[in-house]
Design a protein. Structure first.
Length: 169
């Protein structure tokens, strides 16, 4: 299904924002995330601890605040999750910015919207995205990005796409 969405970047995460699968455009949209072992590919970890993740989204502070608020929302529904506890503990230790935002106690579920990128390969672009909950999956979400047709943003997004590629975990 993810490959059928190409050239739109699309990926699937679990409720804690761990990357489960992505098509080739999504892998190109999030450079550096794929260098990490599969069990460490978490979007919130990427935002705070990967050098590219810290510069990719503009404005960064707004993006990370939404990501942290989502973790708080998940924690409210599953407070005993070892995976979430380990992730939050790691980020509290390694990122003063995460600790500062975590202390705000903001709670928010992820939804669609607009994100601006300062992509290291294709430059500035603003994409809209939709977050869709997948039925019977325990909180998995599919995220799909798109751009306004015939816009500079669409040209940049299409430049992300390798000539050939398949979805990978």
């Amino acid at each position: 299904m993810l490959d059928a969405l190409a050239p739109l970047p699309a990926y699937i995460t679990n409720r804690h924002s761990y990357m489960l699968a992505a098509n080739a455009p999504a892998r190109a949209l999030l450079p550096g995330l794929w260098e990490w072992p599969a069990e460490q590919r978490n979007l919130t970890r990427y935002l705070f601890l990967h050098p590219v993740g810290r510069t990719l989204y503009q404005p960064w502070e707004e993006t990370v605040a939404t990501s942290v608020a989502h973790l708080r929302a998940v924690g409210g529904t599953d407070p005993d999750s070892p995976r979430l506890t380990n992730l939050v503990g790691e980020l509290l230790l390694k990122s003063p910015e995460f600790a500062r935002i975590w202390e705000r106690y903001e709670v928010r579920e992820r939804g669609g919207g607009t994100k601006s990128f300062a992509h290291p390969r294709v430059g500035a672009m603003t994409l809209t995205y939709e977050v869709m909950k997948l039925a019977r999956t325990g909180g998995q979400r599919m995220v799909v990005y798109q751009a306004k047709p015939d816009s500079p943003d669409e040209k940049a997004m299409l430049a992300l796409t390798p000539a050939e590629g398949t979805a990978t975990a």
